[in-house]
Design a protein around this ligand. Sequence first.
Ligand code: FAD
Length: 388
Amino acid sequence: MGGRAVVVGGGIGGLAAAIGLRLIGWEVTVVERARVLADVGAGISLHANGLRALDALGVGEAVRAVARPQYTGGTRTPDGRWLARMDGAALERALGTPIVGIPRAALHRVLRAALPPECLLVGAEVSSVDRSHPTRVRVPLDGDALDADLVVAADGVGSRLRTQLFPRHPGPAYSGSTVLRAVTEHPVALRTDFELTWGKGAEFGHIAFADGRAEWHAVVNSPAGVRPADALAAMRRRFGGWHAPIPALLEATRPDAVLHHDIHELATPLPAFTAGRIALLGDAAHAMTPNLGQGACQALEDAATLAAALATEPTVPAALSRYDTERRPRSQSVARAARRAGRMGQQLTHPLAIAVRNTALRLAPSRATVQAVLRHGDWAPPRLPLAR
Ligand code: FAD
């Protein structure tokens, strides 16, 4: 079955969906409201499941070529003591790959390069879709419209299409934490590929990149909307006394490189990922807190699964029904696990609870850390029959 699809949103999820649809022979237009298609985020880590989905979409090698495998690292306390270490080589033996770290801009570039420029329509905002026709969906655009057999709503956590399709759903909820992050201006001497450090209601982490630079992120409990006048200065005040290399990472950052976002998630799970001929995908379907580094990986799983379902099922409704069955339970369970991880990790403030958690982590065997990653990372994509 081939057809015409409109993908709303040119983030990681939307671009991956478009790549998958083109691989199985569909015509695709990606409609993105930003005038320039570029991911502005800092860095991202990709687990085996995300990398396997990228392999299924034919871009895994191109992503690995610009990513850095994360062999060493783990979780620490602000004074530098290790709570748990991650053995990337053990993970590689179990899954065929360690986690990799990559600048978001580089991942976005690889995804964009896999699509012909003419299928990307930028500077166009979709506010709703017209579902009145039984076998087509119409996407109105500034006095014009695109007709499609399928619309993929990949318009992110604040999805307008989700609001249209599920008007009674409460929408995204504030997680209680806000995140500041940046990529360093120049390489920084780091002893590990990645680290997380947990203080009271706060986390500082880094991911090293292939070119020696690194992304750092600081997640703190905070009311929504609070913005320090000078974000970098606020980070230096709060984290400057934490262990090395945290002060050096902050020192290597330009003030205007710091991004600040409140973390929202779909705390109320959606009752379906599809409505008629529309599939919700990525954060639009299952925005989760970043505590497991799985949001984009789940979006990539969505993209590979959607393409496989459309390639093998006889009709769009049958394919979407399979997509919903295969994706909703898994992604919503990963989202629940991410929320729990945040509550037991970065968000914890009670000194006794922190002491109990830290002792449990110190006493756990190192294979427990690997097992925790395997729990969500060990996913294999469905076979993707490619168009001839
Ligand atoms: P988005 O990236 O939000 O893309 C949506 C796109 O749609 C945007 O380009 C937007 O401009 C466009 N759009 C929106 N509305 C419209 C409209 N009406 N019309 C047209 N276009 C529209 N995930 C991981 O796997 N690993 C990690 O290490 C990781 N770290 C994270 C760290 C932080 C601090 C955060 C916040 C998230 C992290 N994530 C991570 C999650 C990951 O970033 C997201 O899950 C992923 O980027 C979602 O991609 P998406 O394409 O679904 O949505």
